[in-house]
Ligand binder design. Structure first.
Ligand code: GTP
Ligand code: MG
Length: 197
């Protein structure tokens, strides 16, 4: 797919204020600092579309980007950052749950997982929540440039084993590096295939 246009539309904290539309949208979620905003920039080939930072907690709002006037990418704030207060954690949880529950045009969630880490409880808990809510999702293992292919594959295998303890089937799974632009075509192809044009 060719990205002809990628436009920032709006940021807000409430699902009720998100753009009114029937166009399908794909939301990026995962632990703080996992690389959600960077992946949006890599996919759209616009390095400054979504704001990124080396410090966790950069994205705080629900951010809508309209692609080719035809579908949305949504950048969400991350979870699992140790130094976040209980109040912020609860605010995050309320906002994201409301978004997942009520956003009618949500086609799929891209759940980003740091490919360098062993299975994290916060990720497994979030997958559980998506399952309970019946939200379709795929797993995207990020930052694969940071280590050897063998190490990435070993961590993914560990993650699959952890998932298979509670799930009978595994979701689609992708490996990406925003730094090296790996996985771009695969993700865009997935979007193209599921996009109801
Ligand atoms: P929050 O908005 O805080 O939840 O973080 P985020 O998930 O949006 O992460 P962000 O895209 O801001 O990236 C966090 C840091 O990781 C930045 O310093 C990025 O440059 C870096 N980063 C993201 N993706 C990659 C990658 O594929 N490879 C490498 N080497 N660094 C990456
Ligand atoms: Mg971000």
């Amino acid at each position: 797919m060719i990205i002809k246009e990628a436009k920032f539309i709006c940021s807000n904290t409430e699902v009720a204020k998100c753009p009114e539309t029937n166009l399908p949208e794909y939301a990026f979620i995962g632990r703080s600092n996992v690389g959600k905003s960077s992946l949006i920039n890599m996919l759209t080939e616009r390095s400054k579309l979504a704001k990124t930072s080396s410090l966790p907690g950069k994205t705080q709002l629900i951010n809508h980007f309209l692609i080719n006037e035809n579908w949305y990418l949504v950048d969400l704030p991350g979870y699992g950052w140790a130094r976040v207060s209980q109040t912020s954690r609860e605010k995050w949880s309320k906002m994201v749950k409301a978004y997942l529950r009520n956003r009618k045009n949500l086609a799929c969630v891209f759940l980003l997982i740091d490919s360098r880490l062993e299975p994290q409880k916060s990720d497994l808990d979030f997958i559980q929540l998506l399952g309970e809510m019946g939200v379709p999702f795929v797993l995207v293992f990020t930052k694969s440039d940071k280590q050897s292919i063998q190490k990435t594959q070993a961590n993914i295998a560990g993650f699959k084993r952890a998932l298979l303890q509670t799930w009978e089937e595994l979701p689609p799974l992708y490996v990406t590096s925003s730094a090296e632009k790996n996985g771009r075509e695969e993700l865009l192809q997935f979007i193209e295939q599921t996009n109801v044009e």
